[in-house]
Design a protein around this ligand. Structure first.
Ligand code: NAP
Length: 354
């Protein structure tokens, strides 16, 4: 079977298709024939060699990919509740860019029937991230106002949808004008275009008394995000994409390391005197929290089944064009999700889950 590996840190061309032995169904594991694999921003960071969790869990060379949609092809001993041929989505802590994956049973979920295969491959990571950030960490009450950075992206759009579902007013910030409509469609009460207005002043305008929570994976905006909080507000930090280069040269990784030094440090006592909290997380270190992830995933998938959540706009790339997908995601211009399809894109688009 084929998989896409990164042999050494690098630009878009560092993604190489290689042959590998098919995974075996060892006890407790589920082997899946992958039809589509979600592309996440973290995959680009890992490719550049800047993602600590890929060093920890995958090493080098490694195959990126945190999520897939496909069909169960083999079950290891002791696996219950799945059938051969069943359509599933799965969380993969690396390794998802492959024609076949072997995944622990608890990371495999039945596919919502409304979704096409590429849509199904692109919902798990961004909605899990958004739900953990919104419900477990920030926990704003219905009627409160929150600010979402990069609001037309994968996680940003998921945060907006979940906020709308929970009766929370969300103000979105986008980095390009062409993203305004997508953020509105996802549920933003107002959207700020940081490319044409002073986003900080506009954010103040929409919530003069401050925000109950700000969701920031940009990094370079953290200091301003903290200032925008109301007393008792929570800043949820889940990334630092602002320090990553938008182009494909490895030299950009060096620039990112320099920009890393510009990220703000927060003083605990100052936070205490302002009654503000900074919370942070990275899902890739939470895979052992089995019951937590299962509870959140099951709730999200029910919402997708019922249609109260809808997949983000999803753009497909053939498996062989993973480099192109990375180029686009790293450009910062994409809307919604990018997904790699194994086999024909058309077949995957028309194939819905039973
Ligand atoms: N902590 C976790 O567990 C976790 C899980 C999933 C994702 N994340 C993080 O959440 C963020 C969003 O992830 P995603 O996969 O959904 O990606 P995405 O939002 O679809 O794309 C990233 C967005 O970041 C903005 N951006 C700002 N500076 C950028 C740069 N230098 N290069 C590229 N984009 C830049 C762009 O939006 P604007 O220009 O509109 O701001 C871009 O659309 C990423 O930082 C990712 O690492 C964290």
């Amino acid at each position: 079977m084929r998989q896409i590996s990164v042999l050494r840190p690098g630009g878009f061309r560092a993604l190489r298709i290689v042959e590998a032995a098919p995974p075996m169904p060892s006890p407790g594991m589920v082997v899946i024939d992958v039809d589509a694999a979600g592309v996440n921003f973290a995959d680009c960071v890992a490719r550049l060699g800047l993602y600590a969790s890929s060093w920890r869990y995958a090493g080098w060379p490694f195959t990126p990919g945190f999520e897939v949609a496909g069909r169960v092809s083999a079950l290891g001993e002791g696996v219950r509740g799945l059938e051969i041929g069943e359509r599933v989505i799965a969380l993969t802590r690396f390794g998802g860019y492959a024609e076949q994956v072997a995944v622990p049973r608890h990371q495999v979920f039945a596919c919502p029937s409304r979704l096409t295969t590429p849509q199904a491959a692109g919902i798990a990571v961004v909605f899990l991230t958004a739900a953990y950030a919104l419900d477990e960490l920030a926990a704003p009450r219905p009627g409160s106002t929150v600010l979402v950075h990069s609001a037309a992206g994968g996680v940003g759009g998921a945060l907006l949808q979940l906020a709308r579902l929970r009766g929370i007013h969300a103000v979105g910030v986008v980095g390009s004008t062409h993203k305004l409509q997508a953020a509105k469609d996802a549920g933003a009460h107002a959207v700020i275009d940081a490319s044409s207005e002073n986003w900080f002043a506009a954010a103040r305008h929409y919530a003069p008394n401050g925000y109950r929570a700000v969701f920031d994976a940009n990094g370079l905006t953290l200091r301003q995000s903290l200032r925008l909080l109301a007393p008792m507000g929570r800043l949820v930090v889940y990334g630092a994409h602002g320090i990553i280069p938008r182009g494909g040269k490895l030299i950009g990784a060096l620039a990112a390391m320099l920009r890393y030094a510009l990220l703000p440090r927060f003083g605990a006592l100052r936070l205490a005197s302002e009654n503000k909290s900074v919370m942070a997380f990275n899902l890739s270190y939470l895979f052992d929290e089995v019951s937590l992830l299962d509870r959140i995933m099951c709730s999200l998938l029910t919402d997708f089944e019922e249609g109260s959540l809808v997949p983000p706009p999803t753009r497909c790339y053939p498996f062989e064009q993973a480099g192109l997908a990375h180029r686009d995601v790293q450009s910062g211009l994409t809307i919604g999700k990018c997904v790699l399809t194994v086999g024909s894109v058309e077949a995957n688009l028309t194939r819905r889950h039973p």
